[in-house]
Every structure is written in structure tokens, then in C-alpha cells.
Ligand binder design. Structure first.
Ligand code: CAA
Length: 389
């Protein structure tokens, strides 16, 4: 098994850490309060290559491996989980899906714009009545000659108002079940695309989440991804990688809270000594360090499997399930270690605690991750170990 990180991977990690501290940290409390998308910072991230990290250089991307990508996401998430989800959706769901399953013409039209951050993308699967049960799509795409007519509502769409292109999953033929589902590339300025109001969320408040309504939007056949009926498989394959990204986001949130807790515990004195010297606090930190490191191993392992061309569905779900629980548990502990200071915005840990919750929900709830893992076990994946030898 490979333990060493390459010089390039370390450099990417360093660059992401530096960018997050320099560009994302200064206004973060204000952006969170005002639900403000970091538009200027996203532009810089595009220029630095953080929005199309795994995309081939032929299409304007960084041509990096998944491990470099998750390490960068971890660093961004330590500081700003809102920016991290924008980055994750653009890289994992939009760019990756388009590069792997789009045709040459579709890649030519959109990929370099997305990889360089000139455009941001959105992935539109969830609906008011189809969240976990993703095959129950109500949005329809009815074929009319050389076009499809798209009608329906998508919910909880990350990058809802900032995206220029949507990947929309819709039902073309209900009788065929999941085999009647297709995925389409839909420009946000197409006639009939309506962006609903912004959601006022508990966490990740400076990422914009909207419903999007498609009112008889005409989409050319050339915008369909893959063969007729490929849409559900496309969504599942793309989400399997997306889940590694969200696992990295959860890991970063937990690690960010831990770093703040260690610094505070060294500085804050009670009963005549720094609180880190009190066993009650030291033991909390010991548990945090252990579980965060375990989460990191799962996240990096899933990324390495993907890079090695092995199946990573189960490993990605395990990483997301565990890292999101660790993020939730230990951001609560970080607030506790900070005492009253942890409850106010200035100390950052309350925001990380609010941000952590969504990692147990989006890109498949923790219950869905258990389902994916359990189904993999039923298929015999335990007998066929996922570890790289
Ligand atoms: N790769 C390839 N194919 C896959 C697959 C995968 N990872 N997972 C499933 N499939 C295929 C199955 O093989 C099956 O095909 P066949 O019938 O040809 O064998 C087909 O898809 C249907 O699979 P299931 O019978 O397992 O379908 P199901 O109805 O039981 O649902 C599910 C499976 C895993 C629960 C799925 O519905 C699911 O993942 N739900 C959660 C959806 C989700 O994650 N939503 C997140 C929204 S996106 C988001 O949050 C983005 C954001 O903005 C942050």
C-alpha cells in the first residue's frame, strides 16, 4: 500500500491551505451571516486550478489525481465549508461527469469553461418528492423530434443561482423505470429556466441553494449525456465519486474544528493551568485526533482506489458515512472545549458545527450510504477486499 505523498500532492495541499487562510478566512463570518457567495474568491480559485483539478489539461484542467483533489478540499473545508461544496460539486459532479460520459462536442462546448471557473455548474437530481429515492423522478423530458421538452422542479440545488450550466436528470419514459431516465446539459439562460428563491440554511450559508423550475424548456438531443436511458447510471456513477468529495469536506470540517480546539486549549487557562492539561479536555482531544485520522485514512483510501481504477462505490460510501459522523460529533466537542466562546461567531467553531450537519444529508444521506455499503456486502465485496495490495 502506498503511504507516501508525492511532492506535487504536498504542494497542492500547501497551496490550498494558503489560499484558504489568505482569501477565504478574512470575510467568512460576514459571508455566512449575509449568505453571500464568494464570487471573487471563486474567480481566483478558477485561475489557480481548484475548480477543475482532475480535468485533463487538454480541457483546461489540472490533470491531477483524486488524492490531490481531496487533500485540497480538506484544506479549503477546514476554513470554509461553503466554498468547499461549491468546489466539490463543480469538480466531482459536473466536470467529472461531463469528462467521463459527455461526447467530444459537449466537452468542447463546456468543459474548459467549467474547469477554469469561467462557469460554475450545478447537478440537478433531487426533487420535492425524489430525494433518497432517486429513481422516482417527476421531472419529465419528452422527446419532440430533435429536441426534448423539460418540465419539472428540482430542489436543494447547490450553485442554484451562480451556475451557468445544469446537469439535469429527468424521466423520459416512466414505463421503463430507471432505464427511462436521461441526463441533460442545460444552459441556465435557456428560455423557461426559472431559479427559485434562495434557501435560508442552518449551515454552508455562503453557498447558494435554490429550487430550479424547468417550464417546458426546449433542450436539443445533442445535449443528452450518453445513450437513451443512461441518465440514472450516469447519476449513480457520478455520485459515487461525489461522495468522496463530500467525505473530504466532512474531514476538513472536523480537522478545522480540532485545530481550533487544540489552539484554544493551549491558550485558555482554568484552575491555574492551560485547559489542555486537564484530563477532561485532553481526552476529548485524544478522541478527536484518533477519529479524525481514521476518517482521513478512509477518505484517502477511497481516493486511491479511484486513482487505481478499482471500484470505489463501497469505499466512498464508507468514507462519507464515517467522516460525516466524525465531523458532527467533533464539531460539537470543539464548541464544548471553547465553552461560552464556542457559542459565538468570532471563534468559528459554531459555524463549523452548523456546517457539519449537511454532510450527513447531501449526496446521499447516512442511511443511503449504509444501504450502498450493505448492498456491496451482499454482492460479496467483503470476500473481495477493497484494499490495494
Ligand atoms: N454505478 C453504476 N450503476 C449503479 C450504481 C453505481 N454506483 N448504483 C446503482 N446502479 C444501477 C443498478 O445496477 C441498477 O441497474 P440495473 O437494474 O441495470 O442493475 C440501477 O442503477 C438501479 O439501482 P437500484 O436498484 O439499486 O436503485 P434503487 O432505487 O434501489 O436506488 C440508491 C439506489 C442507492 C438508493 C439511489 O437511489 C441513491 O443513491 N439515492 C440517493 C440519491 C442521492 O445521493 N442524492 C443526492 C443528490 S445530489 C446532491 O446532493 C448534490 C449537491 O448539490 C450537493
Amino acid at each position: 500500500m502506498q503511504f507516501q505523498l508525492s511532492e506535487e500532492q504536498r504542494a497542492v495541499q500547501e497551496a490550498a491551505r494558503d489560499f484558504a487562510n489568505r482569501e477565504l478566512l478574512p470575510d467568512i463570518i460576514e459571508r455566512d451571516r449575509k449568505m453571500q457567495v464568494p464570487l471573487d474568491q471563486l474567480k481566483t480559485m478558477g485561475e489557480l486550478g481548484f475548480l477543475g483539478m482532475m480535468v485533463s489539461p487538454d480541457h483546461g484542467g489540472g490533470g491531477m489525481d483524486t488524492l490531490s483533489y481531496v487533500m485540497a478540499l480538506e484544506e479549503i473545508s477546514k476554513i470554509d465549508a461553503s466554498t468547499a461544496v461549491i468546489m466539490s460539486v463543480n469538480n466531482s459532479l459536473v466536470c467529472w461527469g461531463l469528462e467521463h460520459f459527455g461526447n467530444d462536442d459537449q466537452k468542447e462546448r463546456y468543459l474548459s469553461k467549467l474547469a477554469t471557473g469561467q462557469w460554475i455548474g450545478a447537478f440537478c437530481l433531487s426533487e420535492p418528492e425524489a430525494g433518497s429515492d432517486a429513481t422516482s423522478q417527476r421531472t419529465t423530458a419528452i422527446r419532440q423530434g430533435e429536441n426534448y421538452i423539460l418540465s419539472g422542479t428540482k430542489n436543494w440545488i447547490t450553485n442554484g443561482s451562480t451556475s451557468s450550466i445544469h446537469i439535469v436528470i429527468a424521466q423520459t419514459d416512466r414505463d421503463k423505470g430507471h432505464k427511462g431516465i436521461n441526463a441533460f446539459l442545460v444552459e441556465a439562460d435557456r428560455q423557461g429556466v426559472e431559479i427559485g428563491p434562495k434557501e435560508d440554511k442552518l449551515g454552508i450559508r455562503s453557498s447558494d441553494t435554490h429550487s430550479i423550475i424547468y417550464n417546458n424548456v426546449k433542450v436539443p438531443l445533442s445535449s443528452r449525456i450518453g445513450d437513451d436511458g443512461f441518465g440514472f447510471t450516469f447519476a449513480m456513477k457520478t455520485l459515487a465519486g461525489g461522495r468522496i468529495g463530500i467525505a473530504a469536506q466532512a474531514l476538513g470540517i472536523a480537522a478545522g474544528a480540532y485545530e481550533l480546539a487544540v489552539a484554544y486549549a493551549n491558550e485558555r487557562e482554568a484552575f491555574g493551568k492551560p485547559i489542555i492539561k486537564h484530563q477532561a479536555i485532553a481526552f476529548k482531544l485524544a478522541e478527536m485526533a484518533t477519529e479524525i485520522d481514521a476518517a482521513r485514512q478512509l477518505v484517502y483510501h477511497a481516493a486511491r482506489l479511484k486513482d487505481a481504477g478499482k471500484n470505489y462505490d463501497m469505499a466512498g460510501s464508507m468514507a462519507k458515512l464515517y467522516a460525516s459522523d466524525v465531523a458532527m460529533k467533533h464539531t460539537v466537542e470543539a464548541v464544548q472545549i471553547h465553552g461560552g466562546y464556542g457559542y459565538v461567531k468570532e471563534y468559528h467553531v459554531e459555524r463549523l458545527m452548523r456546517d457539519a450537519k449537511i454532510t450527513q444529508i447531501y449526496e446521499g444521506t447516512s442511511e443511503i450510504q449504509r444501504l450502498v455499503i450493505a448492498r456491496s456486502i451482499l454482492k460479496g465485496h467483503l470476500q473481495d477486499p477493497v484494499f490495494i495490495k
